[in-house]
Design a protein. Structure first.
Length: 262
């Protein structure tokens, strides 16, 4: 895949660069993370920002980078690559106004994620073996993420926070997967068929099928830093929360699964 960015056109002046670039397929384990396509994208984007003399950059990373940074046992190759990319941005753009956002799974109209996969099972009235998945996890709606990006983009330079520049972001509302499934069923008007399968059995099934990461993303805790620091820095708070933020899944609204998020 190409990881190039356009050459700088000196006819234009930019005030802000928002990096949404992501690699959907990680590199093989025998490739060092600092040589991955994700790292090369970060280096090329940083060089473009410097060459174009852009004063502010917002980078959309992932909470998986925090999991890797903290050395947690459920760290993934994806998180390791994104962590290295974050380090590249931090090093190269240390003299810029930089905000690196690390969201969990993003959900919303036209987006495909673990949440929309659960919604699809509920819509098909399939049994879901997550009745004992009670560990709290975090999510963020596309509306909330966009409102945060807009807020950061509009902060005057003289008010740019000294804290950061890495921020974990979410709806600010932890919810277990079992509770989420029930909430989805209520919003969709189709009661969910939750089965209380033992978690050890789910983990075994994940290992045997090569889907351990998928199982972990449903049953393991996913913690997010307190949002108060983010509120103090940028004056931002989530503008919607579950279940209201799930209204796009109601039957007949015309918004169901679409493209996959990173």
């Amino acid at each position: 895949m190409s990881v190039d960015v356009p050459e700088v056109d000196t006819k234009f002046k930019f005030d802000l660069f928002i990096n949404l670039a992501a690699v959907l397929k990680t590199g093989p384990d025998n490739i060092a993370v600092n040589e991955s396509a994700t790292a090369r994208i970060a280096a090329n984007v940083s060089n473009f920002i410097l060459a174009a003399d852009i004063p502010r950059a917002i980078v959309i990373s992932t909470v998986a980078a925090s999991v890797a940074e903290n050395g947690l046992p459920n760290a993934r190759r994806y998180g390791l690559e994104k962590l290295e990319a974050d380090r590249i941005f931090l090093e190269k753009l240390r003299d810029r106004e930089l905000a690196i956002l690390r969201p969990p799974a993003v959900y919303g109209p036209g987006m495909q994620s673990s949440l929309s996969a659960l919604a699809s099972l509920i819509r098909k009235r399939m049994p879901i073996p997550l009745g004992r998945a009670t560990a709290p996890r975090h999510y963020i709606s596309l509306v909330n993420l966009c409102s945060l990006i807009k807020r950061i983009a509009c902060v005057p330079s003289e008010q740019w926070p000294k804290a950061g520049p890495v921020w974990e972001v979410s709806d600010g509302q932890p919810i277990s997967t079992s509770d989420l499934v029930e909430m989805l069923g209520q919003v969709m008007g189709r009661p969910a068929l939750l089965v209380p399968l033992p978690l050890a059995l789910l983990r075994l099934a994940g290992r045997l099928s090569g889907q351990s990461e998928l199982v972990s993303s449903a049953i393991d805790e996913l913690a997010i830093s307190e949002q108060s620091a983010l509120t103090n820095a940028f004056g931002w708070e989530p503008i919607e929360r579950m279940p209201d933020s799930l209204c796009f899944l109601r039957e007949g609204d015309g918004h169901h699964e679409g493209r996959r998020t990173g």
